[in-house]
Design a protein around this ligand. Sequence first.
Ligand code: HDD
Length: 699
Amino acid sequence: MDDVSDPKQQQLDQYRVDREQGRLTTQQGVRVDSTDDALSVGQRGPTLLEDFHAREKITHFDHERIPERVVHARGAGAYGRFKVYDDRLAQYTAARFLTDPSRETPVFVRFSTVGGSRGSADTVRDVRGFATKFYTAEGNYDLVGNNFPVFFIQDGIKFPDFVHAVKPEPHNEIPQASSAHDTLWDFVGQQAETLHAIMWLMSDRALPRSYRMMQGFGVHTFRFVDAAGRATFVKFHWKPQLGVHSLVWDECQQVAGRDPDFNRRDLWDCIAAGQFPRWQLGVQLVPQEQEFDFDFDLLDATKLIPEEQVPVLPVGEMVLDRNPDNFFAETEQVAFHTANLVPGIDFTDDPLLQLRNFSYLDTQLIRLGGPNFSQLPVNRPVADVRNHQQDGYGQHAIPQGEAAYTINTVGGGCPVVGGDGEFRHHPDRLQGTAIRQRAESFREYYRQPRMFWRSMSEPEADHIVGAFVFELGKVTRPAIREKVLEHLLRIDSDLADRVATGLGATVPDIALGDDDDAPVSPALSQVNTADAGSIATRKIAILAADGADLPGIARVRSWLDEHGAITEIVAPHGGSITGADGQTLPVERPLPTVASVLYDAVLVAGGTGAVETLGSVGPALHFVLEAFKHRKPIGAFGDGESLLRQIGLVAGDAEQARQNGVVATTASGAEVPDRFSELFAELLAAHRVWSRATDAVPA
Ligand code: HDD
């Protein structure tokens, strides 16, 4: 993308305050003489009320907290830019930012977990929020999506019930950021509509390796409206350039303790290092006339349109290239709203969306303390804002003029209503009776969960079974487990059998209809969404010690660096290591401060002395074994291979290495062949070695 000036960043510049220069002042701009000692009567006497600086400082501190988001409390955000490839959407939508390839639209994206509190860990089993604010020239457009294409409920009126069920239980506020407890599964048992999203929640999609490596979905069917008012149904997709990759559950639980900020840190570090994450925006388009051509209802947010049925048309690219300056001011105060639309995009009658359209504005009022939150720097449109809404807490604008109403003559009839480029609601023709009743077309709950299950690769299916066994194993009421097993049986009997076996339970004896009618959608499997080509931004621990083969490290490292990977020297002690050649190399991470779960792969450096040392350090051996257990690529060069043999890992020839994910060469120094690095990178690009047997690994 061109590096053109960014109107949003220019706007934000007016609000940025450089605290790394200047003099300390009060909020009134008065310089203070001391901020260490409050004004008191003598050195040991009482503090004086007249110390306005002390009072102001304490008072401001007392008011620092605002309510955390009722859901999606924990998040991380970044600024970036969006641009369409061409004008191909012009025949469907009047939205200029989606049709004009010469435009670059500034964005702010906030990724989040859903259930946990603001201070909870990143790597929990959960849906991830993927909310994008486009600061378009026609006003702000918010695409408030998730990394699952389907939601847990069909009607927004159930949202408080669902959230109360998944959040910590009300009597003791346990468990934090976990769905593995009775109330969530009780809710699932009673609400078959949750099952499709529950399948996603039990899958690897709920454990993203990185926010940079997950898909995003607008979830609902929205509507594009063209300049002539013609509508087309649309679903939005974000596809990450780096492919879709996940952690494994055992790893997640450990990372939650080792680095609770794992995903947040990953996003921050990569942007800070200039390795900007990118996503392709895609759309699935359905002509209005084809609204009823599907075996589900397009208005039902618990269903997806299989990509094989309606392909995703790639339309543009988003890059995130700037970290916020201040977490609270920007990431915490950003306010998304599904009803922030621009001309060319409109809602459908999806009953989940309709209540979302109420909820977001409402929640910002309590969270951000009044109706002027859209004036906060991160929320400010770059488009002109002019209206007669006035007053309220925190009014920053200074509206001028005598008339604060429309229609006026006093203010010259301004601001003028309408004219050009205004938002017009799609003129739906509506007629009906007020009823509380779910549409019949919403009442099939098992076919798409079955499609999801049957589209999984073997390891993905194993993980789903493991997740159900873990979650239901934590449920204390047998009747709840049984009810969920009944639903699983209706999805697929093999799934139910395997989960029941893991739980030591029996599959309920119920009459079943024919369950063989589910199609398979290869696009749902991560095997098909992993980008097998690139190792960019993958993190590799190079395990080394004093006596290491530093020229060998330099050779492999430069190859990996050149291909965009991130390498870190991990050694038993900090400071630096001295190589066999007497040279020194800085240690980036002392072994006691890290663990293999924080890396994508491990490389054991050669050097006789180093390998002997590492072979006698338990945490170093555990490091390699644990990476092996989590199916990460393991490599060794020079004498490094003997350390692998010590713990029973065998490389073999290239074919065996591919199968087992262990690659080694006896070559050292400048002789380490590129072929070694290439094979290691091949394994790394695939992210995990699913063909490796790991059941007996003692780590
Ligand atoms: Fe929601 C936040 C996504 C259903 C009510 N939601 C929130 C955020 C995301 C989503 C990404 C965090 C935004 C941020 O980073 O600030 N929500 C979804 C998706 C849904 C969904 C993809 C289904 C398709 N949400 C949903 C329903 C309701 C809400 C049905 C209520 C009827 N959501 C909220 C909220 C939140 C929110 C209470 C909490 C904080 C906020 O809005 O700003 O209004």
